[in-house]
Design a protein around this ligand. Structure first.
Ligand code: ATP
Ligand code: MG
Length: 332
């Protein structure tokens, strides 16, 4: 059966790294149909809308979407797109690669971040000249759904250690936000218990100290929305930065796959962006669509190129995006 993949390059280096990722996918000879769609700053300038209804609907109807980056309009593009694919979990691996300078080379963690509620549920009010408020939303259903996903994830050996016995860590602040994070923690722990998966916990502030000091003790980390956003960026800093890291917004029968980095306006248009994050996002897309072996092959090819070169400027090399992409495709 043909899988329909919507491709949204967006702005800046999205226009360079997404085509690179599509080249890699095309080299695999799988039954994919690529459908191009527009979103972002340039789309807004041309049409008045950052995310045209047509793009939203295409993403909603597709099997998966590969997205690059959007500039000023990022929030107007990415938040609705996550909703279009009905995403309930944001998957953010942070792994140090051989041959790449990393603050903590032993880091190999995966964040599973709740992707629909918490403080990002969008309910802010200005009540007076002096007072603004934010409503924090936590439901048992969303917490349990994330927990079920986390249990599947570790049971399938998709955690960094590949060992289901490693279980996962819940990072929360239930000692202060007793009602909301208390609910989150209790529900996630209850599902883990029902499923026979080992779950330990960390207070997120203490965790923010312990992770950089000793990342080797962590594997899969399950977080509420804002905590996952901040802590996964912290982990990105441990492994050598933004140009390398992929992410997946996973929904029920759809997903949106995107590099963690943005439009990189300082290098956009020069053909020198590192395609690694986009290509690894494509590897996550492959795995999501059931092409687990191909996903692993892409990962291995990327790791081979990172370790032996050619490398782009952000990694101290002088290769172009196209040269790195060709080297990845060659290895495949
Ligand atoms: P945005 O507002 O779109 O997020 P930004 O200015 O924050 O843009 P990022 O894309 O987040 O830029 O990148 C931050 C820095 O990391 C920039 O200096 C950029 O050049 C560099 N960078 C990010 N991604 C890559 C990449 N794929 N290859 C090379 N350098 C990158
Ligand atoms: Mg940025």
């Amino acid at each position: 059966m043909t899988d329909e993949i919507v491709v949204i390059e967006g702005d800046g280096i999205g226009r360079e790294v997404v085509p690179a990722a599509v080249d890699v996918l095309e080299s695999l000879d799988l039954d994919f149909e690529f459908v191009a769609a527009e979103a972002g700053d340039a789309t807004k300038a041309a049409t008045g809308e950052a995310l045209p209804a047509e793009t939203y609907e295409r993403a909603a109807d597709a099997d998966a979407t590969l997205f690059g980056a959007a500039g000023e309009t990022a929030a107007d593009v990415i938040l609705p797109l996550r909703e279009a694919v009905d995403s309930f979990v944001n998957v953010r691996p942070a792994k140090a690669f051989p041959g790449v300078d990393a603050l903590r080379p032993e880091t190999d963690v995966v964040f599973l971040r709740e992707n629909t509620e918490g403080v990002y549920s969008g309910h802010e009010d200005r009540l007076s000249e002096d007072l603004s408020t934010l409503t924090r939303v936590v439901t048992s259903s969303a917490s349990r759904e994330l927990a079920e996903y986390a249990c599947d994830f570790v049971e399938d050996g998709r955690g960094p250690a590949g060992d289901p016995d490693e279980g996962f860590t819940i990072a929360h602040k239930a000692n202060v936000m007793r009602e909301t994070d208390g609910r989150f923690r209790d529900e996630v722990a209850a599902v883990a218990d029902e499923r026979g998966v080992d779950a330990d916990e960390e207070l997120m502030d203490a965790f923010a100290t312990k992770l950089p000091l000793d990342p080797g003790q962590y594997g899969v980390i399950v977080c509420p929305n804002l905590a996952g956003d901040v802590l996964s960026d912290l982990a990105a800093g441990l492994v050598g930065g933004l140009g390398l890291l992929p992410s997946a917004n996973v929904g029920h029968d759809n997903g949106l796959f995107e590099p963690v980095h943005g439009t990189a306006p300082d290098i956009a248009g020069e053909g020198v962006a590192n395609p690694t994050a986009a290509v690894l996002s494509a590897a996550m897309l492959l795995e999501y669509l059931g092409h687990v072996e191909e996903g692993q092959r892409v990962r291995d090819a990327v790791e081979g190129v990172l370790s032996d070169g050619p490398r782009t400027g952000d990694l101290g090399g002088s290769a172009t995006t196209d040269e790195v992409t060709a080297a990845i495709v060659d290895r495949l």
